[in-house]
Design a protein around this ligand. Structure first.
Ligand SMILES: [Zn+2]
Ligand SMILES: [Zn+2]
Length: 422
């Protein structure tokens, strides 16, 4: 029969690669804990209108890339293309805005975009998200960027660039839009999308992916020149703090984010190993979004790490678990019975242990242990069993020695501890 394959644009993440993913997530969780962020676990499916209203109907995401379908009840639902809108939805629906202080959340999981599948781009991809709701203080912007930097640093990522810009408040954006519109109408050669955008939503022209548009935009006005005094002060305070904490950044006056809701600080982290358009992480401030979604006038700030891309640039050696597992090779019926107990004892003592139940030869069991990546093999035959002994083989050095069965657990624990200390 023909094999059933995965849906187009979807991929499987398998061991040992999945262990690297776990390591990335564990590292991020630990940093989130230090900064007071707590986990939200939200549905993958939301009402389509949530994204249309928050991300903006002229954005590429909403216009072209949403994974939208009609459910059996006739409702339009969408597999979440990003997290911020749904975090705000959950925040408001669960009345989390109550009480003082910044509300800090993180979230990890798959996002979906119905793009044409291409190398390194999947319709289901993974993000690590952080959202801080309830403060407009520039200190928060800087702190969240510092936290992101801490995560990326612990993951030993190098050659990263932090690009920062300010998108201003709606007032600055009005002024900028007017200048931009003049510019857009003074030039010809825009792609059909941009011809439409320059009428209805000129800001979106700035993130057009067409090469001709990008070329034309090189002389476009920049937002920085339209910043009002308050936005300007906010922006320079963020930059001062980043400097103070030793974060290298580059001002990128043409940086915009591909979503309508961003205000003030916007940033991206790019990795030299990826193409110019592929950010490892990005985020910024979204002061109008909570109100836009029917809530109070509360500011917010957050980021998303693109986990798939991050894994692409993660050094090969990082996140591989140092294998300290034990394989018990039993020869004969009585040895197998004894090993059934021993393997449970080892696991109870916190050692990863496995055995074979199928009565394979010693040679076959040794090659199985090798394939499983066992660090040690403990061999028990009838003769050893009668003598109360077991042979422990070091799979790295090939050396082996006979020890008392009773001492197996403590001997292996010592070996594991000694190795960890190295
Ligand atoms: Zn402003
Ligand atoms: Zn264009």
């Amino acid at each position: 029969m023909a094999l059933i394959r995965a849906v187009r644009g979807m991929k499987d993440i398998l061991p040992p690669e999945s262990e690297r993913w776990q390591w990335v997530e564990t590292t991020a969780r630990e940093v989130f804990r230090l900064y007071g962020y707590r986990e939200l676990r939200l549905p993958l499916l939301e009402r389509t209108e949530l994204f249309a209203r928050s991300i903006g109907t002229d954005t590429d995401i909403v216009a072209k890339e949403m994974y939208t379908f009609i459910d059996r009840h006739g409702d339009s639902v969408t597999l979440r293309p990003e997290a911020t809108a749904q975090v705000v939805r959950a925040f408001l629906e669960n009345r989390l805005e109550k009480g003082a202080g910044v509300k800090k959340y993180f979230l990890m999981g798959p996002m979906f975009r119905y793009e044409r599948p291409q190398k390194g781009r999947y319709r289901q991809f993974y993000q690590i998200n952080c959202e801080a709701l309830g403060s407009d203080a520039p200190e928060l912007d800087a702190e969240v960027i510092l936290m992101l930097w801490e995560i990326l640093g612990r993951l030993k990522l190098s050659n990263l660039r932090l690009l920062v810009n300010s998108l201003g408040c709606p007032e600055c954006q009005e002024d900028f839009k007017a200048k931009l519109k003049l510019f857009l109408f003074s030039r010809e050669g825009w792609c059909p999308d941009c011809l439409r955008r320059r009428e209805v939503n000129p800001l979106r022209v700035l993130d057009c992916k067409s090469q001709t548009c990008r070329e034309l935009l090189k002389t476009a006005p920049v937002l920085k020149d339209s910043l009002c005094e308050a936005c300007s002060r906010h922006y320079s305070r963020v930059l001062t703090l980043l400097e103070q904490f030793g974060i290298d950044f580059e001002e990128q006056p043409r940086l915009v984010r591909g979503l309508d809701y961003y205000t003030r600080t916007a940033f991206e982290v790019t990795a030299a190993a990826l193409g110019a358009q592929d950010a490892v992480a990005g985020g910024g401030r979204y002061n109008g979004l909570i109100r836009e979604l029917g809530g109070p006038d509360l500011p917010g700030f957050g980021f998303a790490i693109g986990e798939d891309r991050l894994l692409e640039v993660l050094p090969e050696a990082e996140g591989r678990s140092a294998d300290q597992s034990v394989f018990l090779a039993a020869l004969g019926r009585s040895a197998l019975e004894r090993c059934l107990t021993l393997v449970q004892e080892l696991r109870g003592a916190g050692l990863a242990a496995e055995m074979d139940f199928d009565g394979r030869s010693l040679k076959a069991q040794m090659s199985l242990a090798d394939r499983l990546g066992a660090r040690w093999v403990a061999i028990l035959g009838d003769r050893e069993l009668a003598a109360g002994e077991i042979v422990v083989r070091d799979m790295k050095s090939g050396s082996q020695e006979s020890i008392r069965i009773m001492e197996l657990k403590s001997a292996l624990k010592n070996l594991a501890a000694a190795e960890e200390g190295n």
